[in-house]
Each structure stands twice: as structure tokens, then as C-alpha cells.
Write a protein that binds this ligand. Structure first.
Ligand code: SF4
Length: 332
């Protein structure tokens, strides 16, 4: 199987997606996109934004997803509900091609037909122009960390408008590169470290080298790199959370693969598995044309994987500790 040259593709896409001098980023416009068909509300912010309703899930056959509901409620000092509204902005590039990505691949290649350069001030102008703006902003992708400047630039723009204590900021990271350290200055990293109303969710892709590569189309060797990057982010003291996609071939010996994965995760921090939320994969509209025998099998595999995952969590943690809110699991 040919795989993505992540270093080369990342560098190419970064050059398409950021104008450092003008502090502008290539932001997706959802109008006329396949992703638009899956939105429960029409795009907002002139097409450059969308409102997302994050939900806990049903808990049937799959664990509840407390992200970002619990971290947001904690930061905003609100009682957590079963849903939270967030203003989503999506950058227009990603270096990987996960078959289950709910983003149309046309929106991941830096195509100017579906995107434009905007500054964080311009994004905030659009955000504030709507009735009842949500008190959470989600910077997603794509892979926001191909352009890691987006986070400190948005923090500065929020501070300038005195919104930094009122609006909770959340961003995603696919753990594919070290651009955070390559491109951010010490003062930008310090801003991220010290910013109060910010959390970051990183996504582990797959349970082993094979499932990682089948999921992302990236080199299997990058499976382990994810853990090194997570460790570096953790050392900074950022409020971190993790997703994991556990789609894997049904031929996998899950009773070996899952404990091995959790052992690796616990080398970073013994409590880290409790900050990780497995994501159930569904075939969203952009995903359907990508489905084939292999992906159907990967979807089936995730249900075998989750059974072992849950048993391992029970084995490794005291039940009352494991039931703690995700925000109260110490990892620093
Ligand atoms: S890393 Fe994220 S944005 Fe990129 S293809 Fe995978 S799921 Fe989609």
C-alpha cells in the first residue's frame, strides 16, 4: 500500500494555508460542500463557520463522550448539560486522509474554491455579528496544527476584545507533526500554556501500526510518533484531552493489541487512558463513497476493540476513580 509522505505533504499544505505576515489562515467555506449536507443548521459566518452541537451520546454499545462538554462547563463555570453549542471554524488543509473523516476531502487540500484567507479578527467579527453567539469556539480542521499560529493568534484576538474570560477555546490536533515547536515562538507557547480558557484535544488514530496506517493512509512508523508528540504537549501543562479511533481489522488479536496500546499510553502517564475517549465511527455522507470491504471490516472491528478496551480500563483502574469526570483525572 502506498502511503502519504507526511513530511512533504505537511510542508506543502502549510505553505498553502497560512500568510504569516498578514496573520491570515485559509479557512473553509462550507457553502456548496458535501459536508454541508450533514450539518443540522446551515453554515454561518458567511459560510466560514458552522454551529456544532456536541452531545454526550446515548451510551448504548459505546461509552458516552464527555468532550468537550465537561471541560467547557468547567472553564465556563456552568452546570454541564448533555449538549453544548460551539462555533466551529475549520482550516482548509489536512496532511492525512482518514477514510472515516466527516470532512469532504475537497475541503482538506487547500482549495481556494472552497476557502479563503481570514485573520482571527475577521473570524471574530463574523462570530460576533450573529444572534446569540455560543460561548465556545472550536478551531478544527483539517489539521489546525499545520498552522499552529492559529491558536495564539486567536487567543490574542480574544484578549483584545476582553473575551478571553468569557469564551472557551478548544482546538484539535491529529498528532502528525511537531510544527507547534518548529513554528511557534517561546512567547506564543507561553501564551498557550498560561491561557486559562483553552483546552486541546489530540486524536490517536488506530490501535496499532496496521490499523493506524489503514485509517490515515500514513506510514505505519508514524503510529508511535503520536505518543511522543502527546508527551511533549503534556509536559507543557496544557489542559489536554484525547480521542482515539479504534477501527481495526477484525482479524486483529484485540486481546493483545489493546493491552499493548494501553501500556504504551500509560508510559506517558499512568492515568492517561482515562483522559482518552474512544470515538465510534459512523459513515457520514462524505464517507459513504469511500466505504469498501476493508472499511466495513474496520467498522466491525471497532466493536470488538471497545469490548476489550472497557475490560482493560476496569482491570487497570479502581471503579470509582475511573468514573470520575474526565476533567478531574490528573495527568500533569
Ligand atoms: S486527521 Fe482529522 S481532518 Fe485529517 S483526514 Fe483524518 S479525521 Fe480528517
Amino acid at each position: 500500500m502506498s502511503t502519504i509522505d507526511t513530511i512533504q505533504v505537511s510542508s506543502h499544505l502549510r505553505s498553502k494555508a497560512i500568510n504569516v505576515e498578514e496573520r491570515k489562515l485559509l479557512i473553509t467555506n462550507f457553502h456548496q460542500s458535501k459536508q454541508e449536507e450533514d450539518l443540522t443548521e446551515p453554515p454561518n459566518c458567511n459560510g466560514f463557520g458552522r454551529i456544532r452541537h456536541f452531545k454526550l451520546g446515548t451510551g448504548h454499545n459505546w461509552p458516552l463522550n464527555p468532550l468537550p462538554i465537561l471541560p467547557a462547563a468547567k472553564a465556563l463555570r456552568k452546570e454541564p448539560g448533555s449538549m453544548i453549542r460551539a462555533q466551529v471554524f475549520q482550516n482548509a488543509v489536512c496532511n492525512w486522509r482518514c477514510w472515516y473523516c466527516f470532512v469532504d476531502f475537497e475541503l482538506l487540500k487547500g482549495d481556494r474554491a472552497h476557502s479563503d484567507f481570514l485573520s482571527c479578527d475577521e473570524l471574530l467579527d463574523l462570530y460576533l455579528a450573529q444572534d446569540d453567539p455560543p460561548d465556545m469556539i472550536d478551531l478544527t480542521g483539517g489539521q489546525p496544527d499545520l498552522t499552529p499560529e492559529w491558536i495564539p493568534w486567536m487567543m490574542e484576538a480574544l484578549q483584545k476584545r476582553r473575551l478571553d474570560k468569557k469564551v472557551y477555546l478548544w482546538s484539535d490536533d491529529n498528532l502528525s507533526n511537531d510544527y507547534f515547536w518548529q513554528y511557534l515562538s517561546e512567547s506564543q507557547i507561553e501564551l498557550i500554556r498560561s491561557y486559562k480558557m483553552y483546552s486541546r484535544v489530540c486524536c490517536f488514530k488506530g490501535i496499532d501500526e496496521l490499523s493506524f496506517s489503514l485509517n490515515t493512509k500514513a506510514d505505519p512508523a508514524l503510529f508511535d510518533q503520536q505518543f511522543g508528540l502527546a508527551e511533549r504537549l503534556l509536559e507543557l501543562g496544557i489542559d489536554l484531552y484525547f480521542y482515539i479511533t479504534i477501527t481495526a481489522p477484525t482479524t486483529t488479536d484485540f486481546s493483545i493489541a489493546i493491552p499493548k496500546l494501553l501500556d504504551r499510553v500509560q508510559q506517558i502517564h499512568p492515568n492517561l487512558p482515562l483522559r482518552i475517549v474512544p470515538l465510534e465511527i459512523f459513515p457520514f455522507t462524505p464517507v459513504k463513497p469511500r466505504m469498501n470491504d476493508t472499511t466495513n471490516d474496520l467498522i466491525t472491528g471497532q466493536y470488538k476493540a471497545i469490548e476489550i478496551w472497557q475490560k482493560e480500563i476496569q482491570k487497570r483502574f479502581d471503579s470509582s476513580f475511573a468514573a470520575s469526570p474526565i476533567t478531574e483525572i490528573p495527568i500533569h
